[in-house]
Design a protein around this ligand. Sequence first.
Ligand code: F6P
Length: 326
Amino acid sequence: MDDRQCKRIGILTSGGDAPGMNGVIRAVTRTSINSGVQVMGIRRGYHGLYKGEVVELNARSVSGKLSQGGTFLNTARSEHFTTEEGLEQAAKMTKVFDLDGVVACGGDGTMKGAAALARVGVPVIFIPATIDNDVGCTDYTIGFDTALNTAIVAVDKLKDTASSHERCSVIEVMGRETGYLALHVGIATGAEIILIPEHPVDRERDVLGKILTARNRGKHHYIVIVAEGAVESSIEVANYIEDKTQIEARATVLGYLQRGGAPTYFDRYIASMMGIKAVECLISGSQNRAIVYRNGQVLDDDLFECLNMTKRIDEVDFQQAKILSI
Ligand code: F6P
């Protein structure tokens, strides 16, 4: 697709929202307008594309959005879109609105949806944005740094009261399949215990044993960070600790706090650079790409190859976290 052809593009945000998504929409909109390309905001993710919920964006539409969490285009998980009929309808809507390409911003599910659109002939660019940081083709996903810092502030506060009462505070963070948030929150807050889905939990070994060791080392309060996907219930972990050690234990589920808030500098920066890169790809005719962050650089890579890439938490980080909390 050369300059002549790319006259109008669509932008959508899909799946779990992430701080920085508004920065992506802003960068895509202003970069496009600067190149004479019209931008259509697609409301509510792929569902909005399927339903034709499209609104033209201009440079003023995105004023004041960089510092706002969430996505002003809204997001939704769409059952319709996952069917052949839904996909065909969504592809048809790109013709109805005369879109030369679609930028899709979200997590793994959004990347799969972008690939499905590409397979039916819609030029797409995927931008990774999820607080889980679990998209295999990129070192970083937009929203992770903000969620991390939100959780760290919360854990620091919980540590104050756990210290006052000489209690154990069990804190559940988001991350159903992966423990990136839990691991890095744990490292940054000096947690005694970090439970993540990547390491199946043996309560006696991984919880009780570590609490008793910490107490024998003279500790009087304890922080346990739990990824939501690592255990059935963080409340149950707190009850187990209290039953077995007589140390008062309290559970706190941070939940959706981690999904909101003003994006940090890093998320604003990466969102802006990835949005610019996405538009540059479409304008230069490079389509069906994923925008990735690798070795400190914002790059683009083949979307279909990216689909099959995986990554794991850094095991060295996980082991070293134990040393730092002795
Ligand atoms: O994918 C990001 C995420 O926040 C996960 O950490 C969490 O488990 C999930 O979304 C919650 O999804 P929903 O917003 O649909 O409840």
